[in-house]
Design a protein. Structure first.
Length: 481
């Protein structure tokens, strides 16, 4: 298993994780995982327990996740950009038994934990180094053991909690490692958070499985990122389009980043001009990766003729089968557009809510709600999405959630939330509001939103109108807004 690979002779001298100025080699990581396993056991965390996990510290996240998953816990990583009210709701929705967090999250979400009646288990770097006698990492996980629950992106409806097993994660790690031909010589700069399916399944687990070095940053500072790429001789970058756009615009002259093998983007569509600008500035194209929370990584664009294939998200990784289905249920021919459906051992089997669950597969296929097409060589192209959600730099925003917060402001009578194009983020949140008294309290309303919503959910465009256009049946006519 992934955890059992840590500290093997093949990787014993290699660096496992770099976070800021701190470095952890594989033996140190293995000892840290073992130490945390004993610590968690002493805190009453047991196999099968649902554990919310909040940690910005990259080293603590990696060790903490491996310790809990290796002990058979069901880890529920939560977005550390959420506000207290959001974390409070998720703790209740997920039926969490324990909370594990780093010291920063413990301070930030103290009110949420108190309201949920939970005392968090706080981890720090001292726990990684603390000896607990004969340290062993619990093994014996079955492929069918559930070890992860993550919220889906919420691209077509309210985010759902996806259940994935040890077998799902291991299959994804092996598939990504094989596709990218990862070795212990690789250094993977993961610019996306590890609580996200992209960072966890495409970044962390394949890196550790292959004995590569996972490089994480505390904050996104473009000049510091470029210094890291050069100093550490980074071979692979994982990011999202806005990051690559910012990096391209952060220097005034061409700089060849000769150590790079691949630069990958996922989360939102990769604009052609972003990849072209990065190539012009740094001598390498940005390529697309494609995946979902339910399946993890599905495809990667590894084509040698990348100039001609930039519009594709690539071919399936090992063990994954991609099909395109027409509306009448027939399988599409090459070039025909339809819904992308996936058959893969990386896919979870259930959506879970409270103590209920429902299958996410239909006839052993996962229907993505993404619209696309395949060419004759099985290269996949994304055409669009059946979505009413807003994609802000890869973060999916539920318009209904934002509308509910807006309507919670005393003077708001009606609110409609839509997307608006944004050069940097792809899309941004736009809100149209009708007030009860006709007074436009923009500053007060935005303050109200910032106190209750993650920053990426707060409307960047806020308009006040006298009324909301509706059809004869009362449906909002968004085309007139």
């Amino acid at each position: 298993m992934i955890i059992d690979k840590i500290g093997q002779d093949l990787h014993k001298k290699g660096t496992a994780v770099i976070y800021g100025r701190r470095r952890l080699d594989y033996p140190q990581l293995r000892r840290g995982v073992s130490s945390l396993s004993g610590f968690f056991s002493g805190c009453g965390i047991r196999r099968g327990d649902r554990v919310a996990f909040l940690a910005d510290d990259g080293i603590l996240f990696a060790a903490g996740f491996l310790a809990m998953a290796g002990s058979g816990c069901v880890v529920v990583p939560l977005n550390t950009r959420y506000k207290v009210a959001e974390i409070t709701r998720y703790l209740e929705d997920c039926r969490i038994k324990h909370v594990v967090c780093d010291e920063g999250a413990a301070r930030c979400y103290e009110a949420a934990f108190a309201k949920a009646g939970m005392r968090p288990v706080v981890i720090n770097s001292r726990e990684l180094r603390r000896s607990r006698g004969r340290e062993t990492i619990p093994l014996g996980l079955k492929y069918s053991d559930e070890i992860l629950r993550q919220f889906s992106s919420g691209s077509t409806e309210r985010p759902k909690l996806v259940s994935r097993t040890y077998g799902n994660l291991l299959s994804e790690a092996r598939g990504v490692s094989a596709a990218l031909k990862l070795t212990s010589r690789d250094k993977i700069l993961c610019l996306v958070p590890l609580y996200h399916a992209y960072g966890l399944g495409t970044g962390m687990t394949p890196s550790l499985l292959s004995g590569a070095t996972l490089v994480l940053v505390e904050k996104f500072h473009p000049r510091k990122i470029l210094d890291i790429i050069i100093k550490e001789k980074i071979t692979i970058i994982l990011g999202v389009p806005p990051m690559f756009r910012i990096l391209s615009g952060s220097v005034n002259k061409k700089t060849r980043l000769r150590s790079l093998r691949y630069c990958f983007s996922a989360g939102i569509g990769l604009p052609a001009d972003v990849s072209a600008a990065f190539k012009e500035r740094f001598g390498i194209y940005v390529r697309d990766l494609y995946g979902t929370t339910e399946t993890g990584c599905i495809a990667a664009n590894l084509d040698r003729n990348i100039e001609r294939m930039l519009s594709s998200v690539g071919r399936p990784i090992r063990g994954t089968k991609i099909s395109v289905m027409l509306e009448d249920g027939r399988r599409a021919r090459p070039g025909q557009t339809g819904e992308i459906v996936i058959s893969t051992p990386t896919c979870g089997r259930w959506y879970v809510a409270a103590d209920n669950k429902r299958p996410l597969l239909k006839n052993n296929y996962f229907y993505t709600a993404d619209i696309g097409k395949l060419d004759k060589k099985k290269n996949l192209y994304i055409v669009g999405r059946r979505s009413a959600f807003i994609n802000v730099a890869g973060e999916k925003v539920d318009s209904k959630e934002v509308e509910a917060v807006l309507r919670g402001y005393p003077s708001v009578k009606e609110a409609v939330v839509l997307s608006v194009p944004d050069v940097l983020r792809g899309e941004a949140v736009r809100a149209v509001v009708v007030t009860k008294d006709g007074v436009a309290d923009k500053a007060g309303l935005l303050k109200h939103c910032r106190q209750r919503l993650a920053d990426f959910k707060v409307p960047r465009v806020l308009e006040f109108r006298e009324s909301i256009p509706r059809s004869a049946l009362g449906k909002v006519l968004k085309g007139f807004l």
